[in-house]
Design a protein around this ligand. Sequence first.
Ligand code: NAD
Length: 328
Amino acid sequence: MNIELLKNKTVLVTGGAGFIGSNLCETLLSNNIKTICLDNFATGKRKNIIPFTEDKNFKLIEGDIRNLNDCQNACDGIDYILHQAALGSVPRSINDPITTNDVNVSGFLNMLVAARDAKVKRFVYAASSSTYGDHEALPKVEGTIGKPLSPYAITKYVNELYADIFNKTYGLDTIGLRYFNVFGKRQDPNGAYAAVIPKFVQQLMNHESPIINGDGSYSRDFTYIDNVVQMNIRALTTKNELALNTIYNVAYGERTTLLELAVLLKTYLSEFDSAIKNLEIKHRDNRIGDIPHSLASINKAKKLLNYQPQFDISSGLKEAVSWYYKNI
Ligand code: NAD
């Protein structure tokens, strides 16, 4: 991974106050790279970026990607973009498809237009494993998708279509990264739309039973944040022309059931608080829009971007659990 290539360049991270975006900002800043964060704090947190505000290489632009002017201001003088800003969560998109579409589709289009007009060198964006929809075959391979199962999944697929057209029509270089269930430090455990890992960690730390939707046999390719950061930097810096203007799965390449996950979290958290090992794991009905299983092929990322995930689920969970224990 040649992050040195970004020296003296300026990278815009949209959604930089969020979970993935703040981890991207942290890596860029720790390598002395000028980093601009565009965020409207819809789901991102000021506390996620407070440590960066002392850094002379960091600048925050408070703005909304639904506003083209905000996107144009943020893209001024920018070399590269890591576009993370979006409203995540399948249930949120089912409850409010209009706002999800406004941010994830119209906001995405605004960012593409602003990137094109500012002659940005490369536009790397957060896509999603939800694009595989109802296609059941495992592992998921980039070229074969099914029909979307939620408004959120539609928005993320539309992003891929727009990125492709902006390359073909205007010559903007893009790379889409289909993230698979990312977890790690600063992922928000609070709110109705929290992801499963931080939610279970918080429940266990509060001595509450984690509640699994369904019998626990559904499985996911849980992906530690450092693997995701690695892929973003590889996508920004690759000199391989064949690696551009396409999409990649970003995952570890193994799947873990929800029940296995809950047991692993109990085990790792029990090392900090022994009472946690006696907590019961509970169940309720499956959620609408959830796919039963998800597992990525990461061969394309390995072949074209030399991706080498450093953290499997166990080592990633141990890092995450120890961070949560110290920080919430
Ligand atoms: P997050 O909610 O922590 O971060 C999203 C950020 O975007 C937040 O800081 C939020 O305030 C900002 N944002 C939202 N609407 C905005 C707007 N209108 N204008 C400006 N900023 C806005 O979520 P995350 O988990 O860090 O997700 C980052 C990206 O990765 C998203 O595009 C998401 O769809 C995608 N993704 C995440 C996962 C995952 O497992 N976390 C999986 C697949 C895809």
